[in-house]
Ligand binder design. Structure first.
Ligand code: ADP
Ligand code: MG
Length: 870
């Protein structure tokens, strides 16, 4: 039947018929069925679509800056309602749908049917979901891609326009209409962080636009951009949508306001157009700036993405009922009013006709609706129209008119375009944030930089001072090193020179023996030199003599002083004795030691008187140790008196003392006997006696075994006295006297050191005399026996009496050229220089000076060391 009616379509009203056939052809030829349903996010691809039936030239699919997109039309059939169930019970529906062929058969009469093809044919059983997907979803997807979109419902009142678009589905979610489902899809797709969706909800009634979100705003004006022709409603409330709930609330609010407004206006919602405007603002991510890649440096292209936003609009339009005014609009309004009510709808029809017929003039400006929907028909929007029809044969006329409207709309071709704009605000915001970040970064970097500079400066200062310190230390050690190297080198050269000199001398001696004649002249020179040498020695000898005389007179004074005090003490019958402070002389040394008390001394004198010397000496051999000790003490005490000394020696006391020293192991006996010997050793004859009886060896052994510093002091004093004997020099040294003396310095007691120093000075004095007398020629025995290091070491001893002895000794030794080399190598030269400059005793100072200036060796050394002296 459907096929038959399709074929029979050639008969009847030509206009309709022609449309029908042409539409069929165009649809079949040019519109792939899938394209309407396609979920493409790309612009619709309707290649080769004809603009209209009469247009002979097929336009290209893609024109410059846009994609052609025909207005899509779906037809939806409402099921019979209760009233129709009853009223039309005996009549068949006026329409029959063939959804698989996308065909609609409209019964013309009992035997004739017109067939129309649509983009989508939705039966009375079609679910809301299916309707949404077929009609609106492709448009919503395009809107999300930045295209404008329109979804519009056209049809007679009561056929389901509002049902299709505006159901909220609160009771049954399956009932949700296109508005709700569209918003769901939009909210699911966009990012609310960077993108926004906002809505306006308006009602158009009698050419006046009411804001359904703000009922007080009853006349929203349309503003047209003179440049682009874009339409906007700046007076309309725009609410941003954050979630579905807020959107549903908004729709409900809008609906409530619509009912209230219509009550005031005394009309029905079917007479007004409801328009929901959904504004979507999306950012286009990651798009490189065409400018930067083409004209700018490549690195800019990487960093600078042109901030672009895409603004798109979805208009969902629930049109007023399409029934003819005469039929439904004349009851409560005048004809003028009725005309005004449907002015917009009429204008829309006219515009669509004009567009469908490719007319030159499209009367867009005739109504507010056509102005508002300017972009939806013949514009840049993707438009989808759903025409709603009822099944009742009673409304067949209206249904046919609706179908014709849909068919004409199908011919309207739009040119889809996206609109992108540079997001100045977004860019400015982003740049502000970036700028703030950079400023903060810069500030902290600057701070860090300053800190770093400060740190580096401090570090540098530290390193400089450290380097300076190191440099000083290094310089000092270098200096010392070079000084040492210098001295060593000079010494080495000196030795080499001496060796070669020795050879030379040997040769010289041979020469003089063999060739006397030729050496006449050199011999004369030699004599002159000898004379000078003798003169020099004489001069030194004189000075030494003077020093010795001074020392002797010193000693004499001391003795006299002591004797005076002794006499006074004896007269007083036992007052305390004022001992001379100078301990150089042996006598006070021993007296101080032995006179433990005046009482003891008195008893001893008495004993000497009563018992006699012989008896005392015999007591030295007593069995009783105490008696022996006592006897030694008595003897020693007696020996302190010069007058007693001869008597004691004559009586064999010296021999007895040596014997007891040899036999006893008692330290007290050692100390006292050594003291007695020291006193006896003041006398030259006694000295010889002590020596001949092996006294030196005995004293050396005593010194080796002694622990008590006072014993050592006595021994050192005895040896020191012996050192002053010219005749005994060789023997004293031969029996280890000097070594014993030097050995005793281990005991650092100043009293011991003083005696050692005195002994050395005495020995040096005698040796010096021997040199002059010609009985001595070799190196000083003091040097030979290793006394020199100690001498040098103590040349500046703090104790003046020690220092003076050593200074004298040094001067004596230095008198003789043969000692010079050892003295220089040992460091004595500097001590001599010091003595010659600093010594408190003038005679010693002068002696040192003369010694230095008259010695060739010292002079040479001083010259070599570049010491300005003399
Ligand atoms: P219009 O808005 O076109 O005047 P409505 O949407 O108000 O028409 O629909 C009129 C009546 O028909 C409503 O009661 C509605 O529930 C019902 N109706 C419309 N379309 C359908 C449909 N497809 N299925 C079931 N009921 C429908
Ligand atoms: Mg309605």
């Amino acid at each position: 039947m459907a096929t038959a009616s399709f074929r029979s379509g050639a008969v009847g009203r030509g206009g309709v018929k022609a449309d029908t056939i042409t539409n069929r052809t165009s649809s079949i030829n040019s519109a792939p069925k899938s394209s309407f349903k396609s979920k493409s996010s790309a612009p619709p691809q309707n290649s080769g679509l004809r603009r209209n039936s009469t247009g002979s030239v097929a336009t290209s699919t893609k024109e410059r800056g846009g994609v052609s997109g025909r207005v899509r039309v779906a037809v939806r059939l409402r099921p019979r309602n209760a009233e129709e169930m009853v009223a039309d019970t005996d009549f068949a529906d006026c329409v029959e749908l063939q959804p698989e062929l996308k065909r609609l058969n409209l019964r013309r009469n009992n035997w004739d049917t017109d067939t129309y093809e649509f983009d989508e044919v939705l039966t009375e059983f079609a679910s809301q979901k299916r309707v949404y997907e077929a009609v609106a979803k492709p448009v919503v997807e395009n809107v999300l891609d930045g295209y404008n979109g329109t979804v519009m419902a056209y049809g007679q009142t009561g056929t389901g326009k509002t049902y299709t678009l505006g159901r909220l589905g609160e009771e049954d979610t399956a009932d949700r209409g296109i508005m709700v489902r569209a918003m769901e899809d939009i909210l699911a797709e966009i990012s609310l962080v960077t993108e926004t969706v906002s809505v306006s909800y308006l009602q158009l009634y009698m050419e006046s636009i009411q804001d359904l979100l703000d009922p007080a705003n009853g006349n929203v004006s349309i503003v047209e951009d003179p440049k682009t022709g874009d339409i906007s409603l700046p007076g309309a409330t725009v609410m941003e949508i954050r979630d579905q709930k807020s959107f549903l609330d908004l729709l409900q609010l809008g609906e409530a306001h619509r009912i209230a407004a219509n009550t005031i206006l005394n009309t029905e919602s079917s007479r007004s157009h409801a328009i929901l405007m959904v504004h979507v603002k999306r950012s286009v991510k990651g798009r490189d700036s065409a400018l930067s890649t083409e004209h700018g440096p490549s690195h800019l292209a990487k960093t600078f993405k042109q901030p672009v936003v895409r603004r798109s609009k979805l208009a969902v339009v629930d049109l007023a009922g399409s029934e003819r005014i005469s039929k439904s609009g004349s009851e409560a309004h005048t004809l003028e009013e009725a005309k005004s009510i449907n002015l917009s709808l009429t204008a829309l029809g006219k515009c669509i006709n004009a567009l469908a017929e490719n007319s030159n003039h499209v009367p867009v400006r005739d109504s507010k609706l056509t102005r508002l929907l300017r972009d939806s028909f013949g514009g840049t929007a993707r438009t989808s129209l759903v025409i709603t029809i009822g099944p009742s044969p009673r409304h067949r006329g209206e249904t046919a008119s609706t179908i014709m409207f849909g068919k004409r709309a199908m011919k309207v071709e739009n040119m889809l375009k996206t609109k992108e704009e540079f997001d100045y605000k977004g860019l400015s915001r982003r740049l502000d944030i970036q700028l703030d970040k950079l400023i903060a970064e810069h500030e902290s970097q600057q701070k860090a930089f300053q800190d770093e500079i400060e740190r580096i400066a401090q570090e540098a200062q530290k390193r400089i001072s450290e380097a300076e310190r190191n440099h000083d230390v290094l310089l000092e050690s270098e200096r010392m090193k070079y000084e040492k190297e210098y001295l060593d080198a000079i010494q080495k050269l000196e030795q080499q020179w001496e060796t070669s000199q020795g050879k030379h001398e040997k040769v010289g001696v041979n020469d003089s023996n063999n060739t006397e004649k030729f050496n006449q002249e050199p011999n004369d020179l030699g004599v002159t030199e000898d004379i000078a040498e003798i003169k020099r020695l004489l001069q030194n000898e004189t000075l030494l003599r003077k020093a010795a005389e001074e020392e002797i007179s010193d000693l004499k004074n001391q003795i006299a002083q002591w004797q005076r005090s002794e006499a006074r003490r004896n007269l007083d019958g036992g007052g305390t004795t004022e001992l001379p402070s100078d301990l150089d002389s042996p006598l006070p040394l021993i007296c101080q030691q032995l006179r433990d008390s005046e009482e003891e001394k008195a008893s001893m004198e008495k004993l000497f008187e009563q018992v006699g010397l012989q008896k005392i000496l015999s007591l030295l051999e007593s069995e009783d140790a105490d008696v022996r000790i006592h006897a030694v003490k008595v003897l020693a005490n007696l020996a302190a008196e010069v007058t007693n000394q001869v008597k004691i020696v004559k009586a064999g006391g010296l021999t007895s003392l040596l014997a007891i020293l040899r036999s006893s192991s008692d330290e007290t006996i050692h100390r006292v006997a050594a003291g007695a010997l020291a006193n006896l050793a003041m006398n030259e004859t006694n000295q010889e006696l002590i020596m001949s009886q092996g006294g030196i060896r005995l004293l050396s052994v005593t010194a080796t075994n002694a622990q008590d510093p006072q014993t050592l002091r006595m021994v050192a004093g005895a040896i020191a006295n012996l050192c002053g004997n010219d005749k005994l020099q060789i023997k004293l040294r031969g029996e280890g006297g000097i070594r014993a003396l030097v050995g005793m310095v281990k005991c650092k007691h100043p009293d011991v050191l003083a005696q050692v120093a005195r002994g050395i000075a005495n020995f040096a004095k005698c040796e010096s005399r021997a040199y002059i007398q010609g009985t001595k020629s070799g190196k000083s025995l003091l040097i030979e026996d290793g006394a020199m290091p100690w001498i040098i070491q103590n040349a500046s001893n703090e104790a003046s009496h020690i220092r003076r002895h050593i200074e004298l000794a040094l001067c004596h030794i230095a008198q003789h050229e043969v000692n010079a080399k050892d003295m220089i190598s040992g460091g004595a030269l500097w001590e001599l220089v010091r003595i010659s400059r600093n010594c408190s005793r003038e005679d010693i100072r002068t002696l040192a000076y003369h010694t230095l200036t008259s010695s060739k060796s010292f002079q040479a050394e001083l010259k070599r060391l570049r010491v300005d002296y003399g």
